[in-house]
Write a protein that binds this ligand. Structure first.
Ligand code: G6P
Length: 367
């Protein structure tokens, strides 16, 4: 087994380190002349121009990848996107049909609720696109269009590299769609593709310095409960950070839209409760900082994930993880890495079975 782990202590850590290559393997075959090309997946500009609405359906981490996709697609292409949990979608008589694209995201391609959602969407006349990691899986076989992610086998139950390539595909898809509907021009599309291609190197840089995430993790192990907060893309990312942590550290955690805190959740803040705030989106930064001050004033211990270059008020923040400079839109691909590492080290320090957390299965093939 040690050989399977390639010298890493756990599969999860190995898979976190495999992310730069997983991104390259997934995106490079779909880039031609600096522009996205998804033709081999059945996706052409003509096909894309048909869709008035996009519905993303998935479970768990894959649903969080879809949430990042929603922000990116809506921002770049101005096509409305809704995201649903597969077990909810399938039982609420969903309003999808002809003219809609339903995107099913799944690492395993076998999740029972996601497969049922795919079949339902097809029966209602929607076109379906699967974004799947496992070759030849049921969801991959049954969808009308298919984009494989090339993360390679993911062994750790807590998904890391599969999430990374799912969002990489969502970006590529959003770029192609935005170009197809004429909302961005070729120059802008090339600029975005180039940035996407730069992400593996930036992630490698973060993986070379893991000490700060270890230190942050050591400050979390005695907590009973945690909050993750953010706005916009940072909120989408907070959801994944929070899920990762609770899956493997067994510390109760939830993610909250920072601006919504004051409508209820702020009552949970007690002395020393850790709050992990993600603030990578320049336009929303000051808003999130003011939410940080609100929780800090109520005793929270604030850990801020932001750019290294951001000056933070030492009275408002206890610990900071500094990210390298990068484009706001693509920042989730970078900022998720410290969140994965914080969850990983917290689990290790608590002596948990990192790769096989209690009560969880890698793939849920029963309802
Ligand atoms: C399980 C796994 C999660 C995963 C979810 C969806 O709950 O423990 O890590 O995100 O299923 O799996 P899928 O294979 O459809 O992406």
């Amino acid at each position: 087994e040690a050989i399977g782990k390639g010298g890493y202590a756990h599969f999860m850590l190995k898979e976190i380190h495999e992310q730069p290559n997983a991104i390259r393997n997934t995106i490079l075959p779909r880039i031609q002349d600096g522009l996205p090309n998804l033709e081999e997946c059945g996706i052409t500009p003509e096909v894309l121009r048909e869709f008035r609405h996009i519905q993303v359906v998935a479970c768990g981490t894959a649903m969080h990848a879809g949430t990042v996709g929603k922000y990116v697609i809506e921002k770049l292409a101005r096509v409305p996107v809704t995201v649903d949990i597969a077990s909810e979608f399938r039982y609420r008589e969903p309003l999808v049909g002809e003219g809609d694209l339903v995107i099913i995201i799944s690492q395993s391609g076998e999740t029972a609720d996601s497969l049922a959602a795919l079949r339902l969407a097809k029966s209602l006349g929607a076109k379906t696109l699967a974004i799947v990691n496992a070759m030849g899986s049921s969801i991959a076989r049954e969808a009308d269009m298919l984009i494989y992610t090339h993360a390679g086998p993911e062994i750790a139950v807590a998904s890391t590299k599969a999430y990374m390539v799912q969002i990489a595909v969502m970006y590529l898809f959003a770029f192609e769609l935005a170009l197809a509907v004429g909302n961005i021009d070729e120059t802008e599309c090339r600029r975005l593709v180039k940035l996407l291609q730069e992400t593996p190197e930036v992630i490698t840089g973060i993986l070379e310095h893991k000490e700060q995430t270890q230190y942050i993790a050591s400050s979390l192990i005695t907590a009973d409960s945690l909050l993750y907060i953010g706005r916009g893309l940072d909120y989408a990312l907070s959801m994944e950070g929070s899920l990762k942590l609770k899956e493997i550290s067994y510390i109760h955690s939830e993610s909250y839209a920072a601006g919504e805190l004051k409508h209820g959740t702020i009552s949970l803040i007690t002395e020393n409760m850790p709050v992990i705030a993600v603030a990578t989106q320049k336009a929303l930064r000051e808003k999130t900082i003011s939410n940080i001050k609100e929780v800090k004033a109520r005793g929270a211990r604030v850990i801020l994930v932001c750019r290294e270059s951001d000056n933070v008020d030492p009275d408002a923040v206890d610990l900071k993880f500094g990210l390298p400079e990068f484009d706001d839109l693509l920042m989730p691909m970078i900022a998720v890495v410290p969140l994965q590492l914080i969850a990983y080290y917290t689990s290790v320090l608590k002596g948990n079975d990192v790769d096989k957390p209690r009560n969880l299965a890698k793939s849920v093939t029963v309802e």
